[in-house]
Design a protein around this ligand. Structure first.
Ligand code: HEM
Ligand code: HEM
Length: 178
């Protein structure tokens, strides 16, 4: 379908991104269910930092995957031929776009919340903006809705993969072959 020889690095990145997305969804509801921070309750700090760190790392992986795809496209020319292949191509592009929107909106929401981001507890991100409740809520809403849209597109992706697994598994094998 898209390209026959995916590099093992891209296969690894695909599965890391997939695992990270599922983790971020499941852990976010636990994270937001914890009591708001105060002098006595600081439970939220660890899950929030973890969420942000995994999200930012995931974004770096996605940038590598998009770079690889753009480079391969240039080398191999038009790859999608049939209507189904074009649909799969569209689904992948939408997935990449939504992954980026989720990450950027999450980062902007966090930046306007006034809470610092420490990348894997090693690198303090510069506080480039003042706390702003209005913008925090705006980007938080965008984060929520883009994440739901991502979930919908990923569900379609998994359904398509399962459908193909029963009709022609050759295409599926490339994501399981290292
Ligand atoms: C959050 C979960 C997931 C995300 C974000 C995701 C994302 C993607 C993306 C962006 C591609 C295109 C890769 C490229 O060629 O540039 C892709 C391909 C693929 N994914 Fe996933 N994926 C997810 C879950 C899964 C799962 C659970 C399966 C298996 C059941 C799967 C199987 C595949 C296969 C077989 C391909 C190659 C299909 C093709 O080239 O048409 N993915 N995925
Ligand atoms: C694909 C990547 C991501 C996914 C799937 C994801 C998923 C989610 C989900 C489902 C929520 C709960 C929303 C709600 O119920 O209101 C959430 C909240 C949050 N996420 Fe993410 N996230 C991602 C990336 C990021 C990144 C990169 C950051 C920051 C650097 C971030 C920061 C936050 C923050 C601060 C919250 C809580 C406040 C809010 O609702 O905006 N997320 N995330």
């Amino acid at each position: 379908m898209v390209d026959e020889n995916l590099s093992p690095i891209i296969v690894w990145l695909h599965w890391l991104v997939a695992a990270a997305v599922f983790f971020l969804f499941i852990s976010s509801w636990w994270m937001l269910g914890l009591p708001l921070p105060s002098d006595n309750f600081t439970y939220r700090e660890l899950p929030f930092q973890l969420h942000k760190n995994i999200g930012i790392t995931l974004m770096l992986f996605v940038v590598v995957m998009i770079g690889n795809r753009t480079f391969l496209k240039r080398k191999q020319g038009e790859l999608a031929r049939t209507r189904l292949e074009k649909l799969a191509e569209l689904d992948h592009l939408l997935t990449y776009l939504l992954l980026l929107v989720c990450c950027v909106s999450g980062y902007l929401s966090s930046s306007y919340s006034g809470w610092p981001t420490s990348f894997w507890w090693m690198l303090e991100f510069p506080a480039w903006t003042e706390e702003d409740d209005g913008l925090n809520i705006l980007f938080s809403d965008l984060h929520l809705w883009s994440c739901w849209a991502l979930l919908a597109v990923v569900s379609l992706h998994i359904a398509a993969v399962l459908y193909h697994a029963f009709s022609d598994a050759t295409n599926i094998r490339k994501m399981f072959r290292l």
